[in-house]
Design a protein. Structure first.
Length: 95
């Protein structure tokens, strides 16, 4: 992962969601995201069917947002404002 300045993050804590889908079969499955706490993650999927699949990795909250939400929750704030910028990444599917 990279921070808002484009530098590699040296810490983890990002909330990621991984999905695999096959529109042809109308099937989908979730992946397991392992956080190595150094800015890198491993995404694992169990393959339930044969054929081509599409993969998506969605950043739900960056670690900075997660820590702000926890801090606000623990301090009893009733409202949290978080402003961030998200970039979409496209990974070529293996052939």
């Amino acid at each position: 992962m990279r921070d808002h300045l484009g530098h590699r993050k040296q810490y983890g804590g990002d909330f990621l969601r991984a999905r695999m889908s096959s529109p042809a079969l109308m099937a989908g499955a979730s992946g397991k995201v392992t956080d190595f706490n150094n800015g890198t993650y491993l995404v694992s999927f169990t393959l339930f069917w044969e054929g081509q699949v599409s993969l998506s990795l969605l950043l739900i909250h960056p670690s900075e947002g997660v820590s702000a939400l926890w801090r606000a929750r623990n301090q009893g704030y009733d409202r949290v404002i978080f402003i961030g910028q998200f970039s979409q990444w496209h990974f070529p599917s293996p052939v």
